[in-house]
Design a protein around this ligand. Structure first.
Ligand code: ATP
Ligand code: MG
Length: 568
């Protein structure tokens, strides 16, 4: 059980696992389980893919099976090597090692041979119509389609034309190969779907070799079969494609029982878009700095922001799989991140909006220099083995502007003229005076400290209502912090206008340049996450020293939503 009461470890039982059990019982695949994760290498992996990945790998592992990574690289215009490399890297970061890495383009020859087989059986034909005419003839829901005038071509003519398409004799868009199924079929996918289109583009793996490219439907199930996949798990939008998946496989001379497709709901999160296409639009429009901008839900962005891979995996396991689409609260994902980071990250002190605090009765040495005291602070109260560290404390400190008010409102218990507070791990101090600039804004708070209160407790037992954090001005290091809010203002970005960009939050990032850090923050490794006391979890930037990205705040917003009887 995790700290937020979420039982991430409970053994899963769902309709997909039930199907696998039934297949094992019936011996359908000789008790073999093989899955695959099939991204198109046209962008970076995102949190939605994480759900598919976790499921594909988990069900394989639970059944002593295997899971491949297969690049569904059938569209040369949008795909690239760099995406292939990034996907392999991100998958590894998430914690998964595929049993094999394949590419649909490895099967282009076999697919062509099978296409010729379909032509020979009278089950495929070359159509000379353009894409618009074909779409027009396809009909609609409750509206039968119209057969193509080229549907009756002889096998010989089809074989000849298909060969010539392959050799690059025809121009782009002038011909396609279509399966000959049923133009009246109630499932639109079965109305003579396109199997091949002519393309004059360079493929990132096969170069100029191919002039024709298979469609997703013609490539997918066949690639599954070639690899020996048993269970092809995909998202719900492919439900209608299942009949076609089965039909294609039924026409082919396979040695083993054909794989079958089962669908599950896409992962959707509030305030987030989880489609590569939509994410690409944001990157291309310059709305974010790139695919690893910490405001994006791509795996590399989440990693840069400090999300632990384990938290993402636990989240995916917790939400499980379902047959209906549902949107999960982003706060739930954050809750897993917070729980993990609470246990794993060291505490440090950082002041993001510094205000000088001077202790006027701080002792000085013989030369009039303030004495340097050393305080011992616990690194992680959740993990004793992390020990403690020494932090210097002298008469001049930095505190947050927000922790001082000239005229404190009701229920504000932090520092104010005449008020005593605790400096975390330091002393109790009482504000005696304030120096302000000409606009009346405080620039220096003067205090007296009680030397009897080292560590923060008063021997006479007197209570103070607030503890604030601080950084010793004598050896503070300067740095910056990037604070992130939601990238979108609305729970369902683009819900009203159809374009998420219309719901962008203009204030999704705030960079603070003049932060003051305790010296230990110089030693944080790139990418490592620490807790800034009272402020949240922050990840050290992977390139720039002393730049920290806020991963999540400290408050569990999901627990709060649950208490309010809020959303799912
Ligand atoms: P595009 O927007 O270009 O279609 P995509 O985000 O759907 O991209 P794909 O490369 O098509 O990404 O998907 C690879 C695999 O990941 C598929 O099996 C797909 O079903 C699954 N997948 C993609 N998005 C999600 C999501 N949001 N939730 C769960 N699975 C997803
Ligand atoms: Mg897709």
């Amino acid at each position: 059980m995790t700290e937020n009461g979420l039982d991430a470890e409970k053994p899963r039982s769902d309709y997909i696992r039930d199907l696998l059990l039934a297949d094992a019982a019936s011996g359908r695949f000789h008790s073999r389980v093989q899955t695959r994760f099939p991204p198109e290498p046209n962008g970076f992996l995102h949190i939605g893919h994480a759900k598919a990945i976790c499921l594909d790998f988990a069900v394989a592992a639970e059944n002593q099976g295997s899971c491949n990574l297969r690049f569904d690289d059938t569209n040369p215009s949008t795909e690239d090597h760099s995406y292939v490399d990034a996907i392999i890297e991100d998958l590894a970061w998430l914690g998964f090692v595929p049993d094999a890495i394949h590419h649909s383009s490895d099967y282009f020859d076999q697919l062509c041979t099978w296409a010729e087989l379909l032509i020979s059986k009278g089950l495929a034909y070359v159509d000379d119509q353009n894409a618009e005419d074909i779409a027009e003839q396809r009909g609609g829901f409750g509206r039968p389609g119209t057969e193509s005038p080229f549907r009756g071509r002889s096998t010989e003519e089809n074989l000849d034309l298909f060969q010539r398409m392959r050799q690059g004799e025809f121009t782009v868009g002038s011909k396609v190969l279509r399966a000959k199924i049923d133009m009246q079929h109630e499932n639109m996918q079965m109305r003579d779907p396109v199997m091949y289109r002519i393309r004059d583009e360079r493929h990132h793996r096969t170069g100029e070799l191919w002039k024709i490219y298979p469609t997703y439907d013609w490539a997918h199930g066949q690639s599954d079969a070639i690899e020996g996949v048993t269970h092809s798990l995909c998202t719900l939008e492919f439900s209608d494609n299942r009949a076609l998946y089965d039909w294609y496989l039924a026409q082919l001379p396979l040695d083993s029982p054909p794989p079958y497709q089962t669908e599950f709901a896409r992962l959707e999160l509030t305030y987030t878009v989880t489609s590569k296409r939509q994410l690409k639009k944001l990157v291309d429009a310059g709305v974010v700095d790139g695919w690893d901008d910490p405001r994006l839900p791509t795996l590399r962005a989440l990693r840069r922001r400090g999300y632990p891979a384990t938290a993402i995996r636990e989240f995916c396991s917790f939400i499980g799989v379902a047959r209906t689409n549902a949107r999960h609260d982003i706060e739930l994902l954050e809750s897993f991140v917070r729980t993990e980071l609470n246990a794993s990250s060291s505490r440090r002190m950082a002041v993001l909006d510094p205000l000088k605090l001077v202790i006027t009765n701080w002792p000085t040495d013989g030369a009039g220099q303030p004495i340097r005291d050393v305080r011992t602070l616990v690194n992680n109260p959740e993990n004793e083995s992390e020990g403690s560290r020494e932090v210097s404390f002298s008469g001049e400190l930095w505190i947050e502007h927000d922790d001082f008010k000239m005229a404190p409102p009701p229920k504000y218990f932090r520092l104010a003229p005449g008020r005593e507070v605790r400096l975390r791990g330091g002393y109790l101090v009482t504000c005696t005076d304030v120096i302000c600039d000409e606009d009346g804004a405080p620039i220096e708070v003067q205090c007296v400290y009680d030397p009897e209160t080292a560590g923060g407790a008063a021997p006479d037992g007197r209570k103070v209502k607030a503890t604030i954090h601080w950084v010793d001005a004598a050896n503070a290091v300067d740095g910056s912090v990037a604070l992130y809010e939601r990238l979108f203002k609305t729970e369902l970005p683009g819900d009203e206008t159809g374009d998420p960009v219309d719901d962008l939050n203009e204030e999704s990032r705030q960079i603070l340049q003049d932060c003051k850090f305790e010296p230990a923050l110089k030693d944080v490794e790139p990418g490592q996450v620490v807790q800034f006391e009272r402020l949240g979890y922050f990840a050290a930037d992977t390139d720039r020293e002393l730049l920290f990205h806020r991963t999540v705040g400290l408050r569990d917003e999901w627990a709060r939503l649950q208490k309010q009887g809020g959303r799912s």
